[in-house]
Ligand binder design. Sequence first.
Ligand code: PLP
Length: 392
Amino acid sequence: MNTITKDTQFIAPTYTRADVVFICGKGSRLWDESRREYLDFSSGIGVNSFGSADPEWLAAVTAQAGGLAHISNLYYTEPCADLAELLCKKTGMAKVFFANSGAEANECAIKAARKYGQRLGGAPDGVTCNTIVTLNNSFHGRTLATLAATGQPEYHKHFHPFPSGFISVPANDIDALCSAFDAYPTCAFMFECVQGEGGVNTLSALYLQDAQQLCSERDILLICDEVQTGNGRTGTLYSYEQFGISPDIVTTANGLGGGLPIGAVLFSEKTAGVLTPGTHGSTFGGNPVCCAGALSILRRLDEDFLASVRAKSEYLRTALAGMPCVTGLSGLGLMIGVSVACNAKAAAQKCLSAGLVILTAKDKLRLLPPLNTPQSDLDAGLAILREVLGAC
Ligand code: PLP
């Protein structure tokens, strides 16, 4: 039985996969089972920060796997402590909780906000100040709570009832945010600076600064979801740095592990003491192999490297803006949304057939190439895109 037949027979049909079986990769290149080569402008949805089989990441992960792959959170391990220290040093945050995915990082942030809100409301049963306000078009995960936080109703059908205490409002509308805070006993405002799955929509910096002001006046926590935007993807270590805000909680995942599953929740001084022993946990969270891989990524995300991400972004944007069929560009850094006059999904499929792996978000093409994609591979990917869009 070949892989596609076997997958179709035995995997629960939750994904619509493209007709390709990838078997290996190197940097920003991938190969399928017939040894056909592809350029990778997806990095596994912003996960493979340094592409596939990055030598430094591979060495860190294999060395750790050969020593201690797992031990549980009943004990300490060095990679876990080192990664938390580096995250705090680079961001100025005070403490970290490690999870396994973006949704789990957001679940942890939601729990922490609810607990913080309980203190605020003063009610021992926590019925006050428990609402999390999010934005229309946001995406925060697929667990019930993070789906409830996700401001895209099309994801909600089939799964009611959801945990209560979530409301979403239009983005970039400070009056709508203020009205929600007035109407609901709110403990947190949760957002992505660039909405990824919602269509690569960059929020207004002024809006986020006003939102921060509003939140600080009412002691409402600012939770920045950096699951997709974080770890250098947008040209700074975390995207919020470009918006002039300082979140109370930051969640991240995708690019942090460089290819292995890890999520992290960063707590500021204000929120560092909210979660106490027994209030949260994760069997795999802080797994030493994932942390060793993440350390090898995070260590390299220095100012020079981030400047190179911004330069690659400028290069891609200039080239994309001049392409046929392109009607607009959005996003930040190497998280680029491309509005096209044709059907984006069909164009992405044509790119795949022509040897370029590319994503979509809503009705846009979405580019998330590895952060270290060499110039020659940027050019080769752009050439395919130009040809496909020219024929659309
Ligand atoms: N938050 C954002 C902004 C995301 O883009 C995603 C995934 O795409 C998630 C949360 C959920 O992450 P995961 O799929 O790792 O649970």
